[in-house]
Design a binder for this molecule. Structure first.
Ligand SMILES: C[S@@+](CC[C@H](N)C(=O)[O-])C[C@H]1O[C@@H](n2cnc3c(N)ncnc32)[C@H](O)[C@@H]1O
Ligand code: SF4
Ligand code: SF4
Length: 334
């Protein structure tokens, strides 16, 4: 029985690896990020998602989520990340993750952690990795996210999930919590969970007042460099931090790697560019189109944001960074 399981695991891994190779040869995205719901129980000031108008009635039904996964799988997608809004308020999240797993996708949830402890047993079997958002410690985090008790709930959720699924923390640094970095590093060490720390991404008209000044950004990057030691579990690659610190512009490959499905099914990723609606569009057709290929090439010089995806995208596109960044990520997963 055990040998049988290993055999199938190997086959699955080979089929997953072959998707990566095919995706890189054909240069199409491998990673689907899905806004499964617009609904959220928090009201983070930095987040434009709940502030923008949206029509919850247009959200994909459970069957449409399954169709999306079929569509994505046929287009060569390998990774499925569920987020929102808050994905764990979505009742059918476990069914959608189970469906993605049944299609041999690698699955992740990005959550604020409030319902993690309550729901981990429903999702653990179908989830490869959970990213919990924590921006500061204690009441400061609750205040930033306007949700009393959130920090304690997120930490409880992490502790309850640790033995069940691979975990990481994602922290966003804004003008409000720029003093929080040492506390976040301590938290990651205490919990023994790796952490990615990134500056806020601007959503013009929504979070401009929270942006870091140039000086504050530099201080953040210097701090991050000082925390890149083997005692810590800081996931950001040294290359990523140094490029930002020294203002070295390096090409962004994120649009070649990621595609996003909005709550209402709109297909997009960067630059407000839309590629139709998943209800009546095949992702494979989008990826094959010359307009999409042109867009990906065009965005290489974009420096609009410095999010985790810009760092990870280099894994797939530059052999030098691939080895360097992959080895750093693996080391920090300790
Ligand atoms: C939009 S949230 C949705 C998932 C879930 N509600 C959560 O907060 O984790 C996805 C991620 O975006 C991050 N985020 C929100 N606003 C941001 C901003 N302005 N810049 C960078 N990251 C942001 C959140 O901290 C979270 O890790
Ligand atoms: S918890 Fe997530 S989706 Fe909700 S407001 Fe905060 S960042 Fe946005
Ligand atoms: S820098 Fe940000 S906005 Fe620009 S292409 Fe890359 S991921 Fe998209």
């Amino acid at each position: 029985m055990f040998a049988h399981q290993i055999f199938w695991q190997r086959i699955m891994n080979i089929s997953q690896a072959s998707k990566i190779i095919k995706g890189r040869i054909k240069k199409h995205p491998l990673w689907l990020t899905h806004v499964i719901t617009y609904t959220c129980n928090a009201r983070c000031e930095m987040c434009a998602r709940w502030q923008k108008e949206h029509d919850s009635d247009k959200e994909l039904s459970k069957q449409e989520c399954f169709n999306l996964i079929d569509n994505a799988s046929q287009a060569g997608i390998l990774f499925y990340t569920m987020y929102g809004g808050e994905p764990l308020v979505y009742k059918d999240a476990p069914d959608v993750l189970a469906y993605a797993k049944s299609k041999n996708l690698l699955t992740a949830i990005n959550t604020n952690g409030f319902f993690l402890k309550d729901r981990i047993n429903e999702v653990a079997l179908y989830t490869d990795s959970i990213i919990v958002s924590i921006d500061s410690v204690g009441k400061k985090h609750d205040e930033m996210r306007k949700l009393p008790g959130l920090f304690d709930k997120a930490v409880e959720g992490i502790i309850a999930s640790k033995t069940k699924v691979k975990l990481s923390i994602n922290s966003v640094i804004t003008a409000e919590n720029k003093e929080s970095v040492p506390h976040l590093i301590n938290l990651s060490n205490e919990l023994k969970v790796p952490i990615f720390i990134q500056p806020i991404v601007r959503s013009a008209g929504y979070n401009d007042h929270l942006m870091l000044s140039k000086e504050e950004e530099k201080n953040l990057y210097k701090q991050l460099i000082s925390y890149k030691t083997k005692e810590n579990r800081l996931l950001n690659s040294t290359t990523y931090i140094k490029n930002l610190l020294y203002g070295k512009v390096s090409n962004c490959h994120a649009p070649k790697v990621y595609i996003r499905i909005e709550g209402d099914g709109t297909i997009g990723f960067c630059n407000n560019k839309e590629w139709g609606n998943i209800r009546d569009t095949q992702l494979a057709d989008v990826f094959r189109s010359s307009a999409f290929k042109y867009h990906c090439k065009n965005m290489e010089t974009c420096t609009k944001c410095v999010s985790a995806c810009t760092d990870i995208s280099k894994l797939y596109n530059n052999p030098f960074y691939s080895v360097k960044i992959a080895s750093e990520y693996l080391r920090n997963q300790k």
